[in-house]
Design a protein around this ligand. Structure first.
Ligand SMILES: [Zn+2]
Ligand SMILES: [Zn+2]
Length: 275
């Protein structure tokens, strides 16, 4: 019953924020923070490396098995590959216009949380915007049942370590990823620091990049979204890019798309300039 999804998403968002606060008030154990490290690593890889850089932008290639694993990790933090990709591709095409799916012009609350509940796009439009992903039966299944991996991850944490491990090992990483993603959607289109004259209002922020695994180099990304990195210059720290390079070294992913030399040269010339 699709009409239930917005309410279920809202309940999910409330839960992942409230549960960690309750756990911190009641007291946590070192094992809970061990689970947090594992959960945060999986959640960030699923959301940033998986949903954004792989599914939405196809910035590297991988096996069908690893593709499924990063899809499951993405779903565990509340986003399935087909929905995310369709909405994100529309964002790139229509960023900062009235038809954008999220942006500061819609107001802080809608851009930060509302857009996560209100997809503002029909099922048909989603499948049309992500035909490459809709071709995979397992991704279509996850599109319909995206809450299953989230329930699974939450259940594992709860069964292993009770409420505090559920709250710190599952909910807290999910909450951080959701908020850092929304921070990029909001502040990444509000700042003044731009290296490239894109049609939209995307901006770069080293602080945002530090907390969002490199996604804060958002103006770079809007200028050349096909690359597997958002930090184009060596000093633009992009932790997810380093992780992807590690995964490539391990043989789990390959054909990483780099930033062409002429684009890299431009950023060296233009860095720090305010457009
Ligand atoms: Zn953007
Ligand atoms: Zn993107």
């Amino acid at each position: 019953m699709p009409w239930l999804w917005p309410s279920a998403t809202a309940a999910f968002l409330i839960l992942i924020h409230v549960a960690p606060v309750m756990a911190l008030v009641r007291g946590t154990r070192p094992a809970d923070w061990g689970a947090f490290c594992v959960g945060y690593a999986i959640a960030s890889l699923g959301a940033v490396g998986g949903l954004h850089r792989y599914f939405a932008h196809a910035s590297f290639r991988t096996s069908r098995v690893f593709q499924l694993l990063i899809a499951l990790a993405g779903c565990a933090v509340g986003g399935d590959p087909i929905s995310f990709t369709a909405r994100h591709r529309r964002h790139h095409r229509l960023a900062d216009t009235g038809d954008d799916v999220h942006g500061p012009h819609q107001g802080w609350f809608y851009c930060w949380f509302g857009t996560l509940v209100d997809y503002a796009m029909s099922e048909r439009e989603m499948l049309q915007l992500a035909p490459d992903l809709a071709a995979w039966p397992e991704l279509r299944w996850l599109h319909r049942w995206s809450f299953v991996p989230a329930f699974g991850a939450a259940a594992v944490a709860a069964l292993v370590g009770g409420f505090t491990m559920f709250a710190i090992g599952y909910c807290l990483p999910a909450a951080l990823i959701v908020n850092f993603g929304s921070a990029v959607n909001y502040f990444g289109h509000r700042g003044r620091r731009r290296s490239y004259p894109t049609r939209d209002r995307s901006s770069n922020s080293w602080l945002l990049a530090l907390v969002s695994f490199g996604e804060g180099w958002h103006n770079n990304h809007h200028y050349y979204p096909a690359a597997c990195r958002s930090g184009f210059a060596w000093w633009e720290i992009d932790v997810m890019y380093y992780e992807l390079r590690l995964l490539a070294w391990l043989g789990l992913i390959w054909d990483l798309k780099e930033v062409p030399a002429h684009v890299r040269a431009q950023v060296r010339a233009a860095s720090g300039r305010r457009w």
